[in-house]
Design a protein around this ligand. Structure first.
Ligand code: GLN
Length: 481
C-alpha cells in the first residue's frame, strides 16, 4: 500500500469509488508514523482515529475530507488530547474544548491522528526548540525542515498524511513548506477562526496548512474560512468557493530584484528568473519593483519587537500551577511562578520574553514598541503602494536549500536579514500568502512564494495554480517515511 503518498483529491476519489476504505488509510498512516524517524509527533489519538475510520462506510462526492487522515500542530486545542505546544510549561495540559478548525474538520469527517511537534510555543524557525528536540527533514535527516510548524511539514513531506495544519505568525507554515517541497498556505488575517489556537502574536497569527497541491489548499480554505462568534477578530466577509479559482485573466506580478540578486544559491536564482519568463510567456506581466531598502531591513527588527511584545503578554497566563514542569519548595506564589517559568521555558523563549517585557516597559514603549508599530505601518503602506501597480508579489520563499541541522546555532540564531524574513510582510499586512515548490537541487526542494492583497485568496490560488502547472511539481513527497 502507498496511499499516503497521494493528494487529498486522489484519496477522496478512491474513497468515493470504494477502492479503499478510511480504515485502510488510517492504518497505513499510523504504520508510517511509527516507522518515521524525523521526530514529528507529540500526543497521538490512534485508537479514536481507528474507531472513527471504521465507522466511515460511504463517502459522497461532496464530502471531500470524509475519511481522510490528518495531523495537527500541537498548539491547537484538542478536547481530551494533551496539548503542550512543545513546551514543558504545558506538560499535562489536556484541553476541555476543540479549536474551531478541529470542530470543522471533525464535522467534515476528517480523521485526526494526533499532534505534531513545533518550535516551542510556535516561536522560532528551525524546528529545534521544542521540548522533544530537533524535527528533521524527510529529504535528508541531517537537514532542517524548518519551523515553527516542523512536525506538520515533515509529516506531509514524508508521505504520512496528505495534509496537516500549522500556524503562521512570520513564516511558520510557508518556510517549512519550502524546505519540504509542499504547498504552504496562510490566508488573510481573520479569514479563519483562531479560536483554540494558542496565541503567539495576535496581530500577526494565522491558521495555515500544508498540502501537496494548490487545489487541496483551496478545498481546505473553503472548509475552514468564515466568521466564528467565538473569535471576534474573525472576518464576517462572505466565504467563497475558493476551489473555483481558475480564470483566463492573467494577473500583473512584481518582484524585488534587489532581494533576488542577494541570493547566493545560483540554482534558486536561475530557476526564479526562469519562472518569471515562463509566466510572461503565459500572458502574465511581471515587473521589477524597487522596495526601499531601509524598509526591507526594518522587517526583522520590527517583527521581533512586535511579536515578542505580544507573545510576552499573551503567554503571561502560563504560571505552571495547574500543569507544567512541577515545582517543589516554593516560598510563595511569586517564587513558585518564577521557578516554574525558569524550568518550563527554554532559553529561546526566555530571551523573547525579555525582549517583549523590555519593549513594553513604560519608559521604553515609545522608543521600542510604538516605534516598531510605526515601522510596521510604513512597511505596510509601501506594500499597499506596490499593490497599486501589481496584483501579486512573487519572491523565492527561502534563499537557500534546507540548512544543515548542525548549522543551527545554540545562541541567538537569527540574523537581521530580509532574505530570511521577507515572508513576514504578509503577516504585517494581513495578506494571503502561499509557498509552492519551484524545483529541486541535489534532491532537495526549493520554493517560490506569492502574496496578494488582503482577502484576495481566489486570485492568489489562481496564480499558484498556473505556477504549479508550469513547474509540474504537484504531489511531491519524499516517501519511504
Ligand atoms: N520564524 C519566525 C519566528 O521566529 C516565525 C514564527 C511563526 O510564524 N510562528 O518567530
Amino acid at each position: 500500500m502507498k496511499y499516503m503518498d497521494l493528494t487529498i483529491e486522489e484519496l477522496h476519489s478512491l474513497l468515493v469509488k470504494k477502492e479503499v476504505t478510511s480504515e485502510e488509510l488510517t492504518l497505513e498512516a499510523i504504520e508510517r508514523i511509527k516507522a518515521n524517524e524525523n521526530n514529528i509527533m507529540e500526543a497521538n489519538c490512534f485508537d479514536a482515529a481507528l474507531n472513527l475510520a471504521k465507522e466511515i462506510k460511504d463517502v459522497k462526492e461532496d464530502e471531500y475530507f470524509k475519511g481522510i487522515p490528518y495531523l495537527l500542530k500541537d498548539n491547537f486545542s484538542t478536547k481530551g488530547i494533551e496539548t503542550t505546544a512543545s513546551s514543558d510549561i504545558l506538560n499535562g495540559y489536556v484541553p476541555v474544548f476543540d479549536a474551531e478548525v478541529v470542530s470543522r474538520l471533525k464535522n467534515a469527517g476528517a480523521v485526526l491522528l494526533g499532534k505534531t511537534t513545533l518550535d516551542e510555543l510556535a516561536m522560532g524557525g528551525t524546528g529545534s526548540t521544542g521540548h522533544k528536540g530537533v524535527t528533521t527533514n524527510p529529504y535528508d535527516k541531517t537537514r532542517m525542515i524548518g519551523g515553527s510548524s516542523c512536525g506538520s511539514a515533515a509529516a506531509v513531506a514524508a508521505g504520512i498524511v496528505p495534509f496537516a495544519l500549522g500556524s503562521d505568525t512570520g513564516d511558520s507554515v510557508r518556510k517549512p513548506a519550502a524546505y519540504g517541497g509542499l504547498v504552504g498556505f496562510k490566508p488573510s488575517w481573520g479569514r479563519i477562526s483562531r479560536f483554540g489556537l494558542f496565541s503567539f502574536a495576535t496581530s500577526l497569527d494565522s491558521v495555515g496548512f500544508f498540502t501537496r497541491s494548490v487545489y487541496d489548499a483551496s478545498k481546505l480554505l473553503t472548509l475552514l474560512a468564515g466568521h466564528d462568534t467565538k473569535d471576534m477578530s474573525s472576518s464576517s466577509l462572505k466565504v467563497e468557493d475558493y476551489s473555483n479559482y481558475r480564470t483566463n485573466k492573467k494577473a500583473k506580478l512584481g518582484y524585488f530584484s534587489q532581494l533576488v540578486e542577494d541570493i547566493k544559491d545560483e540554482t534558486i536564482k536561475k530557476e526564479f528568473y526562469s519562472l518569471v519568463n515562463k509566466l510572461k510567456n503565459k500572458g502574465y506581466e511581471v515587473i521589477d519593483y524597487s522596495f526601499p531598502n531601509d524598509l526591507l531591513n526594518a522587517i526583522y527588527p520590527t517583527y521581533m519587537v512586535i511579536s515578542c511584545s505580544e507573545a510576552t503578554s499573551n503567554n503571561a497566563n502560563l504560571d505552571g500551577i495547574r500543569f507544567g514542569p512541577g515545582v517543589e519548595n516554593a516560598n510563595d506564589y511569586e517564587d513558585y511562578v518564577h521557578k516554574a517559568r525558569t524550568k518550563g521555558f527554554s532559553d529561546m523563549i526566555k530571551r523573547r520574553f525579555v525582549i517583549g517585557s523590555f519593549s513594553l516597559l513604560a519608559e521604553n514603549q515609545d522608543e521600542l514598541f510604538h516605534r516598531a508599530q510605526k515601522a510596521r505601518r510604513a512597511i505596510v503602506n509601501e506594500l499597499n503602494k506596490f499593490f497599486t501597480v501589481a496584483d501579486g508579489l512573487l519572491l523565492p520563499a527561502a534563499p537557500t536549500l534546507p540548512p544543515l541541522v548542525s548549522s543551527i546555532s545554540t545562541g541567538w540564531s537569527y540574523e537581521p536579514d530580509y532574505l530570511e524574513n521577507h515572508l513576514a510582510l504578509a503577516n504585517f499586512a494581513g495578506c494571503p500568502s502561499l509557498t509552492l515548490p519551484l524545483g529541486k537541487e541535489r534532491g532537495l526542494p526549493f520554493a517560490v512564494n506569492i502574496t496578494t492583497p488582503i482577502f484576495t485568496e481566489k486570485k492568489l490560488l489562481g496564480i499558484a495554480q498556473d505556477i504549479e502547472d508550469l513547474t509540474g511539481l504537484k504531489g511531491l513527497v519524499k516517501g519511504g517515511c
